[in-house]
Ligand binder design. Structure first.
Ligand code: TPP
Ligand code: MG
Length: 684
């Protein structure tokens, strides 16, 4: 229930809601102010905040419901607070880079502050019920990087609404009524990802809303260098159409509470019910503390602009609106402001204590080992071990690195003639071992799926053959295997350029669109990064996507999304968010610069977190797909381009046999030399 949707609301309830919004705005602003101070005072390395966007976000939060998704960026702290997804302590835990998932559930210290996410899996890796929570895809730092999967998150609602096969997937959707809410800065709309995503959303007609916070700057660079006509809503006008083809566009002033409520409600209702994409151009946005803690905006904003930002500060304007409409007295509002100040301060202290206490405990444990030694260190007449321990004690707020390096130094300096040398060394080794294990979990875990749903855990199942085996072209093995898989997994969809109507450029999906329908086997535009984004968004929402990049060489268009978003997703949420995507492509024909299909070096290091599978023939390729569909890992599978017409023996257990991951296939055994290779050269 909200004030602008319920005319029968009593004045008391109305007032309560307005004042609660006022409180959240003030609390959020105080967090930003204190956050900046913490960085400038040296307790955190970097901070980026949501000041100036508080009012629009308390309103967005009213229409963001259970089951909905967010795909946003680093300005959204107020929205997260107002939605109950972020506590003030968690805000500071992010700022300090707290790696304890209990204190910092959004990102476990693996990315910058104000990077949010909600879990889509339980601790055992099974899906959570997404309809009982508000969902947020894990933020990433490259600006506009949130756009490709924004398309996929919205596209999932379309599939859930229109595919009868998905009617039972009630943990993910209620008839496709879920909206994906995106957010982006004005300057980031200059990125190609933005335009590609808007076009895709308009073509697909999906319930995807995007808020453009237009503060007129991208760090120091003003709009005249960023956006044609200096207005994103003006240049988007060609997309505007209300007859089932385009997008809706709303322009709203950042400081106008009543207008924000009215227009956001209207736009989101239309988006949700009719599956029309919506752009909310939020104009006249301010950034009172400047872009981030790395600089100060006084360097590039004129005195007039700075004064205007004060006059149009949304919280100040909100206060005037409350007073003008006699909703509350100045005294009541000041009390709320004070309460926000106190709450922010208290949260900061609690978060700092939570962050530093475990580190202090480990420091004390190390010092205790040293102090309880009974020997006197006589060597060189200097108690080096004691000095190192003492120095460590003096550090007011030690970080883990301080303690580790002290422990290692102490170990080196234990005297050769020390009477308890062995025992001391033993205890120090134990301390180090315990802390190394802890550090591994803290900093290095969950790059790939760990546990039962790992691709490495899927048991091999050998292909079986008729006697004598039937020999058919390789592409038919893939086609018949996909047929089995589409029948087996009701939530499997395949999409890409030329995949649908003609069944793929190499006929590996021949006839499948006809059999399973346009939404299961789907043609897309030529837009590799949003094809992948479609996959990521679908996978986050429980659909099994296979996305095709037509040729391996063209994966470069999707490489940013693949490397920054998909490959790091599990890691940057410390295992709390999964999106198992199968990316299929073809390469290794070795003809010319393009269509050579061998840019292997570009993927080997840049997509760690996503397996790279290079089958030597189509039997192997199909077996790899069968394996991947039983796991939660993502993988890139590069089919050998020259193999589609070559004849292979047809397995009779298509859709069932599985090629194990991480296990070399031994083709010929011998004793003199080992030849390790991959792809078609090894096709016997
Ligand atoms: C792809 C990419 N390029 C550059 C940056 C560095 N950077 C971080 S924020 C930012 C400005 C973004 O401006 P805008 O989109 O208007 O958002 P605002 O910060 O103003 O809300 C830049 C250039 C980045 N994070 N990602
Ligand atoms: Mg901006």
């Amino acid at each position: 229930m909200t004030m602008f949707s319920d005319n029968k609301m009593s004045f008391e309830d109305f007032k309560k809601e307005v004042l609660n919004d006022y409180y959240i705005c003030n609390l959020s602003r105080q967090l930003s102010i204190l956050g900046r101070k913490e960085v400038l005072g040296g307790k955190a390395k970097f901070g980026i905040f949501g000041d100036g966007k508080e009012l629009v976000q308390v309103v967005i939060a009213k229409y963001y419901r259970n089951g909905d998704w967010r795909s946003g960026y680093y300005r959204d702290q107020t929205w997260m607070l107002a939605s109950g997804l972020l506590t003030p302590e968690q805000f500071f835990a992010q700022l300090y880079g707290d790696t304890d998932i209990k204190n910092n559930p959004h990102n476990a210290g693996r990315v910058f502050n104000n990077h949010f996410s909600t879990p889509n899996v339980n601790p055992d890796g099974t899906w959570r019920n997404q309809m009982l929570q508000k969902n947020s895809a894990a933020d990433l730092s490259p600006t506009a990087g949130q756009m490709p999967r924004w398309v996929g998150l919205g596209y999932a609602s379309k599939l859930y609404r229109h595919l009868p096969e998905l009617k039972d997937f009630t943990n993910f959707s209620n008839n496709g009524n879920e909206v994906v809410f995106g957010s982006i800065g004005d300057a980031s709309t200059s990125e190609g990802h933005f335009w590609e995503a808007i076009n895709a959303a308009a073509v697909l007609q999906i319930p995807a809303a995007i808020f453009v916070y237009d503060d007129g700057y991208g760090i120091s660079v003003p709009k005249k260098y960023q956006t044609a006509k200096q207005s994103i809503s003006e240049v988007l006008k060609g997309f505007e159409d209300e007859h089932g083809q385009g997008i809706l566009i709303y322009k709203i002033k950042n400081w106008d509470y009543a207008e924000l409520n009215r227009k956001i409600k209207e736009g989101i209702d239309r988006c949700r019910n009719k599956h029309i994409p919506v752009v909310f151009h939020i104009e006249e946005v301010t950034q009172p503390l400047g872009h981030s803690t790395s600089g100060s905006h006084e360097r590039y904003k004129s005195p007039e602009r700075l004064q205007w930002e004060k006059d149009y500060d949304p919280i100040y304007r909100f206060k005037l609106w409350i007073e003008d409409n006699r909703i509350a007295t100045v005294k009541e509002l000041e009390e709320i402001e004070q309460k926000a100040i106190q709450e922010a301060k208290a949260a900061k202290q609690r978060a700092w204590e939570n962050f530093t206490e475990p580190i202090r405990k480990e420091r004390d444990a190390l010092i205790a080992i040293v102090e309880k030694r009974s020997c006197q260190c006589k060597r060189e007449h200097v108690d080096k071990v004691g000095i190192i321990a003492n120095d460590l004690k003096q550090i007011l707020y030690p970080i883990r690195k301080d303690i580790f390096s002290s422990a290692k130094k102490i170990l080196r300096h234990v005297c050769l003639d020390c009477t308890i040398r062995k025992q001391l060394q033993e205890e120090l080794h134990q301390w180090l071992e315990r802390n190394y294990q802890d550090a591994h979990k803290r900093y290095s875990s969950n790059l790939y799926v760990e546990g039962q749903r790992s691709a490495l855990q899927v048991k091999a199942v050998s292909p079986l053959y008729d006697n004598p085996p039937q020999e058919i072209p390789g592409r038919e093995i893939l086609r018949d295997n996909w047929d089995k898989l589409l029948a087996k997994y009701k939530n499997l969809v395949i999409l890409g350029e030329d995949v649908g109507y003609i069944g793929g450029v190499n006929q590996t999906y021949e006839g499948l669109q006809k059999k399973y329908g346009e939404l299961r086997v789907t043609d897309t535009g030529i837009r590799e990064t949003t094809i992948l984004g479609q996959g990521i968004g679908l996978a986050l929402r429980g659909i099994k996507p296979v996305v095709e990049i037509q040729y391996f060489d063209y994966l470069l268009y999707a490489l940013q999304t693949l490397s920054d978003d998909l490959a790091t997703l599990l890691y940057r949420t410390n295992g709390q968010q999964k999106a198992p995507v199968i990316i299929t492509t073809r390469g290794h024909r070795l003809e010319g610069i393009w269509h050579s299909g061998s840019p292997m070096s570009m993927v080997i290091n840049s997509i760690r977190g996503v397996y790279v599978a290079v089958p030597r023939n189509m039997t192997q390729a199909a077996g790899m797909y069968n394996t991947l569909l039983e796991s939660d890992d993502s993988a890139l599978v590069i089919e050998p381009l020259n193999g589609y017409r070559l004849r292979e023996q047809k397995p009779i257990n298509l859709g069932e046999y599985k090629v194990p991951f991480g296990v070399p296939e031994i083709l010929t055994e011998g004793s003199d030399i080992t030849l390790v290779t991959y792809v078609k050269e090894s096709n016997p």
